[in-house]
Design a protein around this ligand. Structure first.
Ligand code: GDP
Ligand code: IMO
Ligand code: MG
Length: 426
């Protein structure tokens, strides 16, 4: 094979800015492929004064020459998919010609959303803070070997298969207190399934490997973040898929030897939405300021995101698991307002020990972050370039590169495509 699959994924708890950067990089790739997650993702792109949020569709869709694939590792909600395609219609894009969906992707049916809600309510104070898009229940059905797949919508007995699955769900729902209008939900779903049938439903593993053989360049687009990974995240406060590089192999049918660059994307600080441990969380005015300055409200649910300083032990962990080869630092401009910036370099655990690793008992452990404090740039980053940037920002970048031992090859200073600075690989 002449080319490799590059992977771009989040190193924190999601919302790092993946959508923006996939859109920025897409012109240099023939193919962009989503490999996991589903409508829990909200990937924002901004250009020509318009903001777009994508949930199911890969972020290469606005680039005329880029083919976009929804891979087998994704869970697809036909209703969300239809709404999203309809929103794109006014932009005169060639969506039908440029979008390909794996027949092996898992279908989210309306009862998955109801189950998500039921399970969350039953958890009470221990709730995960799920986006309630049916992610957990649909992956449960996949792993439990009873799920429906996108290819099933082409089967003559699709309705029967659907009925068999929802009957199982209804049995479970009987024991929960969830209200719904099933006739309306079913109509909406069947209408969306009909809509989905018009698209190219393919054997995406063959498609991608054939593209590789013919020398195409491919970018795999991650959703969520490494710290929400089902195996390596702060379990049980995680999502239900493998968000890490290995997920691109299983979620697309790409052999590990065909993985090329791994772009690890992170914010110059940290955010998290939903429950679960967050060692550097700021519960004070500084945190509120960060939220306001960074407009940290969920792209999918609108929920306020929890905010805090950058966390090096967890970033090192993500870099290790993913084999990151290049780092991309986002939202540096959000820190413009701070006179000093804190960097968590180590954790102090409840027994007094100090560590640079992420402890197993992350959920129950009371972690005290140990910070290094540096001077902030405290100025606008609007017109900066590689060669002309505030010395404090250059120092911050250098400090992170040294601590993380991976070069930062891209710096983002605003939500627009153009507010992006490419840096040379060391
Ligand atoms: P994703 O899920 O990783 O694609 O990230 P989201 O789209 O959920 O969240 C990132 C948010 O930050 C979006 O509102 C982006 O428009 C915005 N954004 C991306 N990069 C920057 C940046 O460098 N500076 C600022 N201020 N906003 C950014
Ligand atoms: P993108 O791709 C941030 C979080 C939820 C919740 C947990 C489980 O935009 O970065 P789920 O709906 O998967 O059962 O929720 O994961 N979560 C995200 N947080 N960005 C996302 O996606 C997320 N997708 C899920 O808030 O805590
Ligand atoms: Mg997001």
């Amino acid at each position: 094979m002449k080319t490799k699959v590059d992977v771009l994924l989040g190193l924190q708890w999601g919302d790092e800015g993946k959508g923006k950067i996939v859109d920025v990089l897409a012109p240099t790739y023939d193919v962009v492929a989503r490999f996991q997650g589903g409508p829990n993702a909200g990937h924002t792109l901004e250009f020509d004064g318009i903001k777009h949020v994508l949930h199911q569709i890969p972020s290469g869709i606005f680039r005329e020459k880029t083919k976009n694939i929804i891979g087998n590792g994704v869970v697809l909600d036909p209703i969300v998919f239809k709404t999203e395609i309809e929103k794109l219609e006014k932009y005169n894009l060639n969506v039908k010609a440029n979008l390909f969906i794996s027949k092996k992707a898992t279908l989210i049916v309306p009862t998955h959303r109801l189950l998500d809600q039921a399970y969350e309510t039953a958890k009470g104070v221990d709730k995960i803070g799920s986006t309630l898009k049916g992610i957990g229940p649909s992956y449960q059905d996949k792993i439990g070997r009873q799920g429906l797949r996108v290819g099933d919508v082409l089967a003559p007995n699709f309705k029967e298969k659907f009925k068999k699955l929802i009957d199982i769900h209804f049995e479970i729902l009987k024991t929960h207190n969830v209200s719904y209008d099933w006739a309306a939900l079913e109509n909406q779903f069947m209408d969306a399934v009909n809509f989905l049938r018009q698209f190219e439903l393919i054997d995406s593993e063959y498609f991608i490997n054939n593209e590789l053989k013919s020398g195409s360049t491919i970018l795999a687009e991650g959703a969520q973040g490494s710290l929400l990974d089902i195996d390596f995240g702060s379990y049980p406060f995680v999502t239900s898929s493998n968000t890490v590089t290995a997920g691109a192999c299983t979620g697309l049918g790409v052999a590990p030897s065909h993985i090329g660059e791994v772009y690890g994307i992170f914010k110059a600080y940290s955010t998290r939405v939903g429950s679960g441990p967050f060692p550097t969380e700021l519960l004070d005015e500084e945190g509120d300021l960060m939220r306001k300055q960074g407009n940290e409200f969920g792209s999918t649910t609108g929920r306020p995101r929890r905010c805090g300083w950058i966390d090096l032990p967890s970033l090192k962990y993500s870099i290790m698991i993913n084999g990151v080869t290049q780092l991309l630092m986002m939202k540096a401009d959000v820190l413009n307002i701070f006179k000093t910036i804190k960097i968590c370099t180590k954790y102090k655990l409840s027994d007094g020990s100090i560590t640079e690793t992420v402890p197993y008992e992350l959920v129950n452990e009371k972690i005290e972050p140990i910070y290094t404090e540096v001077k902030g740039w405290n100025t606008s980053l609007e017109n900066i370039t590689n060669d002309h940037m505030p010395v404090e920002l250059a120092d911050y970048i250098r400090l992170l590169e040294t601590a993380l031992n991976v070069p930062i090859t891209l710096l983002s200073t605003g939500p627009d495509r153009k507010q992006t600075i490419h840096r040379k690989k060391r």
